[in-house]
Every structure is written in C-alpha cells, then in structure tokens.
Design a protein around this ligand. Sequence first.
Ligand SMILES: CC(C)(COP(=O)(O)OP(=O)(O)OC[C@H]1O[C@@H](n2cnc3c(N)ncnc32)[C@H](O)[C@@H]1OP(=O)(O)O)[C@@H](O)C(=O)NCCC(=O)NCCS
Length: 169
Amino acid sequence: MVDVLLQPWSEGDLPLLQKLLGDPGMMEYLGGPESPEQILRRHQRYLHLPEEGADHMFRISLKASDEGVGSVGHWKKTWREQSMYEIGWLVLPAYQGQGIATKAAAGAIEHARQAPKYQYMHAFPSVENPASNAICRKLGFTLLEECQFEYPPGRSMVVNDWCLDLLET
Ligand SMILES: CC(C)(COP(=O)(O)OP(=O)(O)OC[C@H]1O[C@@H](n2cnc3c(N)ncnc32)[C@H](O)[C@@H]1OP(=O)(O)O)[C@@H](O)C(=O)NCCC(=O)NCCS
C-alpha cells in the first residue's frame, strides 16, 4: 500500500496543478481542461488561502519520494441555502488505482474534523465517474440524491450528492 502525505499548497506546486487541470483526460468529468491563465489564477488562490478559514488545499505526495501526485482539498460551499464543506480530489493518471485518492481524502476529512466550521461535508462527483463515487462510498459518505450541479460556472452536469456528518465518527 502506498503511503501518502498531505502538505499545504506551496509555490513549487504550479507544474503539478498544470498536469492535473490542463489534461483533457483528467478533466473529463470536470468540464474539460482549464486554460494556463485559469490554472495560474487558481494556483495563486490556493497559495493565499487564509490559514484560519474553511478553505484548505493540499498537495498529495508520496511519503517515500516526496513526489507530488495529486491534490485534495475542502472549501466552503453554500448548498440548498446551507453552509457546508465541499471536498474534491485529483490524482495523476500514472498513480491512479493504488488507493491514493482514498487515503488523501481520508486525510482531508480528518483535517476538517479537527475543528469543523460546518457539520456536513459534501462531494459532488459526476454520476459517470465510477472511481470518485467508489471513494465516497468507501469513506462512509451517504448518497442523498442525483442532482444538477453547475461546474464550471455556466455549465450544468448531473452529479451524485454525497454527504458526510463530520460530528459523527
Ligand atoms: C477520481 C480519482 C481521483 C481516483 O484516484 P485513485 O487514486 O485512482 O483512487 P483510489 O485508487 O483511491 O480509489 C478508486 C476506487 O474506485 C474504484 N474504481 C475505479 N474505477 C472504477 C470503475 N470503473 N468502477 C467501479 N469502481 C471503480 C477502484 O476500484 C477503487 O476502489 P477499491 O480501492 O475499493 O478498489 C482519479 O481517477 C482522478 O484524478 N480522476 C480525474 C479527476 C476527477 O475526476 N476527480 C474527481 C472529481 S469529483
């Protein structure tokens, strides 16, 4: 089993973000690849997230080599008129299928649980994304419903709404 570490997003992580978000295959269920400008803006945003806020983005790295292989994070979302966390994950193709996203997401959930600002965490994977739906199921999220979700802004997709109670362990 591969051991992973979550590290706060840092200056050197731009090439990793370009590989994750600039690749059409990676972004198949996320509305297509982002442009270099969008990725740079996102990188800057990740770098300047306030430490005490609800939004946190981590680089997923391999414990053995410190190589960056993906990203995982949680952020505030208003959904059905309530504030809650949304969680999201990406792992580079060469490292998929080894349980890395599952371990990293478990770490991000643990991080949110340390001082939860909101009781609930949701994930909204496309109904067509079997790996992400499997991760939600494995990590104890409850499937609430299939629904329409806007991502990226202006584009509607059909997702599963998965919910985890952070106050229940
Ligand atoms: C989704 C993603 C992060 C998964 O990363 P990963 O490290 O390969 O995930 P894991 O290995 O931890 O777990 C994947 C699980 O999905 C399962 N899975 C994968 N493909 C599957 C399929 N076609 N049908 C059913 N289950 C599937 C795996 O079997 C595994 O479960 P298991 O450990 O019980 O066998 C990765 O594919 C990715 O980055 N995709 C592109 C970006 C993306 O779609 N992000 C999610 C947005 S919600």
